[in-house]
Design a protein around this ligand. Structure first.
Ligand code: G6P
Ligand code: MN
Length: 439
């Protein structure tokens, strides 16, 4: 069987060990020849590289691991390039969240002004990385899970349309697992229907193998005292538990469908702000939790030159990424949630927008061959959100203050134009060395 060379861009992230574990677990389906970690953070890159080298050796895992800050060196000869960049790191995520909350607005990494700022920092780097992949590894597939995903997907659609890129998110899958558990099923035994944009969508159907529609039953449970059943997929920190419990509130507001977790920020922005602690946000939780745990373990393993006695406390979102790489490698045409250029899948929306829906993945990437009409209310919400996303890309690529202001004014978490201007100016100030110049 062919052996694969995989690059992780953003390899110094605390998510890397989980992704690598998933790659290792998939060995019989997609044997790894070489893993290359690439990052601009030299210090943590070396820690991660040394840690994984010891892990491969101790587990007799027959693959090589190397690391480099150089993209050309990393990309040449690669089969898959997984991208997980976070320009400015968790320190800038913390600023996004806290600056937004200080102005009375939703403080979240992908929704609202925080997501806007994250996008403004990431659009140019992501375009550059993708262009380098096309240049140095034209046959390689990029599997991107950097955020804010729909905005980066829109930038790549425009700027590097020839790239072989998939854009993936674990949130719908994690929610599917929770909904399945709530109904007393396994996720794999149910078929879900969904339409939306990434981090902005609705589940429209849940059927079991007999074809029975379970949506009414799920709504009933969600609206009862029992509520949703949580599953542990690295989403059991306090803030995530609250987020999953909020799905019920969304169902109560608009009972046709089950909203994706992230709709809480758009439906209930004031309540979300009220509940947030402006001095200790999700970025703090991650820095003090996952990041701290991961690097402490890496350093201890390097110090001991052994993985013996260490727990590898990982979350499983790597499995979702590797599953899609396997689908490409073996042309399985399995059903996955995909982010893709519309081209008629949502018949009453523009063809050239990036949407999120169910499709299949095979050697040519993602495909959707069903067309649905989106009900008016949901369509309007999506058009507004998508226009916000497109204006954000315009703002970054053209360096336009006006477009940035229009983007924020359209975001449903921002209540007025003066508020949009206030938060834009605050974010520009907080992102001095990261934002493109806006004129
Ligand atoms: C979900 C989303 C991802 C996001 C992550 C943040 O999994 O689908 O897009 O990156 O949450 O999680 P964190 O634990 O960093 O808050
Ligand atoms: Mn996501």
């Amino acid at each position: 069987m062919k052996k694969y060379t995989i690059v992780i861009v953003g390899g110094a992230s605390s998510y890397t060990p989980g992704i690598v574990r998933s790659i290792m677990n998939a060995y019989t389906k997609m044997p790894l020849k070489k893993l290359i970690l690439q990052d601009i953070d030299e210090e943590n890159l070396e820690i991660m590289g040394k840690y994984l080298k010891i892990m491969f050796r101790d587990e007799n895992f027959p693959a090589e691991v190397t690391w480099t800050t150089n993209r050309k060196e990393a990309f040449e000869g690669a089969d898959f390039i997984f991208t997980q960049i976070r320009t400015g790191g968790l320190e800038m995520r913390e600023k996004d969240e806290k600056v937004s909350l200080a102005h009375g607005l939703v403080g979240q990494e992908t929704c609202g002004p925080g997501g806007f700022a994250f996008a403004m920092r990431s659009i140019h780097p992501m375009v550059k990385i993708t262009k380098d992949v096309v240049k140095y590894a034209p046959d390689a597939w990029i599997i991107n899970y950097s955020n804010p995903l729909p905005i980066l997907a829109e930038a790549i659609r425009r700027e590097v349309p020839q790239s072989k890129s998939l854009f993936i998110c674990d949130m719908p899958i994690v929610q599917q697992m929770a909904m399945a558990a709530t109904l007393g099923y396994e996720e794999k035994d149910l078929t879900f229907g969904y339409f939306g944009l990434n981090h902005f969508g609705w589940f429209t159907s849940i059927k079991n193998k007999e074809g029975e529609e379970l949506l009414p039953k799920l709504k009933e449970i969600l609206l009862s005292d029992k509520g949703i059943t949580l599953v542990d997929f690295g989403h059991l920190d306090d803030s995530w538990v609250k987020t999953f419990n909020n799905i019920s509130k969304g169902v109560k507001a608009f009972p046709e469908y089950i909203p994706l977790t992230y709709m809480q920020y758009y439906y209930f922005p004031e309540a979300m702000v009220k509940k947030s602690n402006p001095n200790y946000t999700r970025a703090n939780e991650v820095m003090d939790g996952r990041r701290k745990r991961t690097f402490e373990e890496c350093k201890a393993v390097i110090e001991a030159d052994s993985t013996k006695g260490f727990t590898h406390n990982l979350d499983a979102h790597g499995d979702f990424i590797v599953d899609q790489a396997v689908a490409i490698a073996h042309d399985t045409n399995e059903r996955f949630m995909v982010n893709i250029v519309n081209n008629g899948s949502f018949s009453n929306m523009d063809n050239d927008i990036v949407i999120e829906t169910f499709g299949t993945i095979g050697e040519n990437g993602a495909e959707v061959n069903k067309s649905i009409e989106i009900p008016e209310f949901y369509k309007s919400l999506m058009v507004t959100q998508n226009t916000y996303e497109k204006l954000t890309v315009d703002a970054a690529l053209e360096g336009s203050y006006q477009k940035a202001l229009k983007a924020l004014a359209l975001n449903a978490t921002v209540p007025s134009v003066p508020k949009a201007k206030e938060i834009l100016d605050a974010l520009i100030e907080a992102n001095k060395c990261y934002f493109p110049k806006l004129k």
